[in-house]
Design a protein around this ligand. Structure first.
Ligand code: 4AD
Ligand code: MG
Length: 465
């Protein structure tokens, strides 16, 4: 018999019909005569109740059906008299696909800590929490593709192995097939990469932006959505060594339009999760974060506040004068820390904030220089609980200025000659940004650690599973 997903079975009302469901046992309880099995197949956070007659199916046969076992059930759909569910299945036949010894199966009914669940990342998708988070993760990916597709953007695939460090922060993971215990040296003592697989030094991408710009200057509007790698030794609840980034890039857009695109984009995705993931959101709201749904609604109902970095610094300095304490110093020119960003968002404005026009020295070489010669047309979108979720800018489109900035920031011409050339051939103003997918998922799910919104997190000293 054809299998019905539990999400669909729970909506059925044709009681008395035969039905087949398959999934993993969450719990089994009962008495001498009857067993009640809570079954979940990952299609929804809700379980379906299976009622099994011990005498009919055999008490010995039912015995191995414990928490974690995988079974298939055929039976009749019935209206449930029990509390908390509307339908149940009166089992006629059960197939046991796989048992799970209660002595050794790590996931028991009791609540486990998030830290413990990270150690069993191979099993944690079977919990209600991670089921909800990963279903939402899928929905957000669909929302992102739909948003851009509906607006005529093209999904542009940028390389994962690259020779250029786009952000210039020296966080590239190296990719090599050289024998690490016997590295070929050139005459000057440096490693001779001409014998390496690509004939040059390469690494994993820290951003698809530079190649994305090439796409935008041909197709008009593109976005990337791919894995991104940063060998940044930051053990924080907001940093991963491998994360996913979405990077739209639009020809002819200036900073204002870039900000509007970012705001529309984020709101579209939040609206999507509220509409399409209400069961999972309610679960997370009740279990972890009673303000989650209100916070999501608040974001779509309010305009993001826009101000310059200099204005932001002024607010922080005024706050300090009135007694506000920060761990890190504040002053014009600093790279804002998460505590500063969160002060602006959570305490001062109580709304998402877009900060613009940062000092050029703390931003990447490709950002458009303002007339003051000190600041660049950068924008960071700051969110409650997280801080920066988006970083972007209008791009420097003046060939000479771009070349000079690259030189100042020690980005070698030989790595980006092709990027520089776009400013010589059919150049155009253009802008874009990058949304950290997992940072955004932290916001959308209310989880507090970025390791808990990606199935298999990679962080310093951790690449298990
Ligand atoms: O601000 P970033 O470094 O900007 C760029 O990479 C630009 N090339 C984007 C562009 O203009 N096309 O990174 C963008 C976003 C950050 O705002 C943050 O949300 C996320 O990527 N991010 C990380 N997320 C998780 N772990 C990390 N280590 C992250 N580093 C950045
Ligand atoms: Mg940034």
């Amino acid at each position: 018999m054809k299998r019905t997903k539990i999400v669909d079975a729970l909506k059925k009302i044709d009681f008395g019909e035969d039905i087949c469901v398959k999934g993993w046992v969450r719990t089994r309880r009962g008495n001498k005569n009857v067993s009640f099995i809570e079954l979940n197949d990952g299609s929804t956070v809700h379980n379906i109740q299976i009622v099994a007659d011990n005498n009919k199916l055999g008490i010995d046969f039912l015995k191995p059906i414990t928490t974690g076992a995988c079974i298939g059930v055929t039976g009749k759909l019935a209206q449930s008299l029990g509390k908390g569910q509307s339908v149940e299945i009166q089992a006629e036949d059960i197939v046991i696909y796989g048992t799970a010894d209660p002595e050794t199966y790590p996931l028991q009914k009791k609540e486990h800590t998030m830290e413990f669940l990270r150690e069993i990342a191979h099993l944690r998708p079977r919990t209600n929490t991670f089921g909800a988070v990963f279903r939402i993760r899928h929905h957000m990916a669909m929302a992102i593709h739909t948003f851009f597709h509906e607006r005529g953007f093209f999904y542009f695939h940028t390389p994962i192995i690259t020779g250029s460090d786009c952000e210039g922060a020296g966080q590239l993971f190296q990719v090599t097939t050289l024998n690490l215990s016997d590295l070929p040296k050139a005459e000057n003592g440096c490693i001779d990469y001409s014998n390496d697989f690509f004939g040059k030094q390469t690494g994993l991408t820290v951003s698809g932006q530079l190649e994305g710009e090439l796409g935008a200057l041909a197709l008009g509007a593109i976005y990337t959505f791919g894995p991104t790698f940063r060998a940044e030794n930051s053990n924080t609840p907001r940093h991963l060594s491998e994360f996913w980034m979405i990077e739209p890039e639009v020809a002819f857009n200036e900073l204002e339009e870039n900000m509007q695109l970012a705001e529309d984009f984020v709101k579209y995705c939040v609206r999507w999760v509220l509409e399409k993931c209400s069961d999972d959101l309610e679960f997370l709201n009740n279990r972890y974060d009673p303000e989650l749904i209100d916070r999501l609604k608040f974001v779509i109902e309010n305009d993001f506040v826009r101000l310059t970095y200099s204005e932001g610094i002024k607010i922080l300095e005024d706050a300090m004068a009135k007694g506000q304490k920060f761990e890190f110093p504040v002053g014009w020119g600093i790279d804002l820390q998460s505590e500063h960003e969160r002060y602006l968002v959570e305490k001062h404005f109580k709304k998402p904030v877009i900060l613009t026009d940062y000092p050029k020295n703390i931003k990447a070489f490709y950002m458009k220089l303002n007339d003051d010669g000190k600041t660049v047309r950068a924008m960071d979108v700051l969110f409650p609980k997280i801080g920066e979720i988006i970083g972007g800018s209008q791009r420097e489109d003046d060939y000479e200025k771009l070349k000079a900035r690259a030189k100042e920031m020690e980005v070698p011409d030989k790595d980006i000659w092709w990027y520089l050339e776009t400013r010589q051939f059919g150049n155009a103003p253009h802008s874009g940004f990058g949304l950290g997918f997992e940072r955004f998922l932290l916001f959308v799910t209310g989880m507090s650690n970025i390791r808990d919104v990606i199935p298999f997190p990679r962080t310093p000293k951790n690449a298990d599973f």
